[in-house]
Design a protein around this ligand. Structure first.
Ligand code: AMP
Length: 209
């Protein structure tokens, strides 16, 4: 891989906000990512290629050195852990909050709280820190549905405008963490590809500013 810098990007909302930032740094995919079925994209700048992945897979690619830098949400880093990764740059995009939420007017009872979430690691830590007894139910999407259907009392989810919660009769309660998109780098790549990664970091810092 030496000579080529492979950037792992998170598809979806983060990708939409990452591409203009990369373009400001002079990195433009040779094909239109939105309309292509490809997963690897050469760039107009030689020596740089882009991978388009699910966010949860980005730290894995970077940690194993299959990608050099990665672009991923802080929510994923908090949930999956960031061992073996440097996190040198906050890209400041796809900002949102990780929050608990419950049906409007919900009052905690004396027993254990049932918490439905995709972020079971973060939720466990948060409730433990608060000294609140809880049971956790892992879901992969549509967390807002769980309290409505009696599956859980509370959810832990990403909140941006709060419209999704509101539309489902829920309200945000506790802020767990402010989230934004980060650039992560494999610690070994940081040594082996030092010059190329430092140059990219400098360009992205400028693009962010
Ligand atoms: P909102 O209705 O604006 O509060 O958006 C909430 C929903 O959009 C959540 O359920 C998330 O799945 C998704 N969402 C909002 N912002 C982000 C983000 N920065 N990263 C990932 N998902 C997000």
């Amino acid at each position: 891989m030496s000579g080529t810098l492979t950037l792992a990007l998170t598809k979806g909302r983060i990708l939409k906000e990452t591409l203009p930032l990369l373009a400001r740094a002079g990195i433009v995919p040779a094909d239109d990512i939105a309309s292509s079925r490809k997963l690897v994209f050469e760039c107009t700048r030689p020596g740089v290629r882009l991978l388009v992945l699910r966010g949860t897979d980005v730290p894995t690619y970077v940690r194993h050195g299959a990608a050099d830098p990665g672009v991923v949400g802080k929510d994923i880093l908090l949930e999956e852990g960031a061992d073996g990764l440097y996190e040198p740059l906050d890209l400041g995009i796809a900002r949102c909050r990780l929050m608990t939420a419950a049906p409007v007017g919900w009052i905690p009872g004396p027993g254990r709280v049932r918490v439905a979430t995709k972020f079971t690691g973060i939720a466990r830590r948060f409730f433990a820190e608060q000294g609140r007894q809880a049971d956790f139910i892992k879901l992969y999407g549509a967390m807002e549905l769980a309290p409505l259907m009696g599956l859980a009392d509370v959810i832990v989810d990403i909140v941006d405008t709060g419209n999704t919660l509101k539309a489902n009769g829920l309200e945000p309660l506790d802020l767990i963490a402010d989230i934004s998109t980060r650039l992560v780098v494999n610690k070994a790549s940081m040594r082996s590809q030092h010059a190329a990664i430092e140059a990219l970091l400098a360009e992205l810092r400028e693009a962010v500013a």
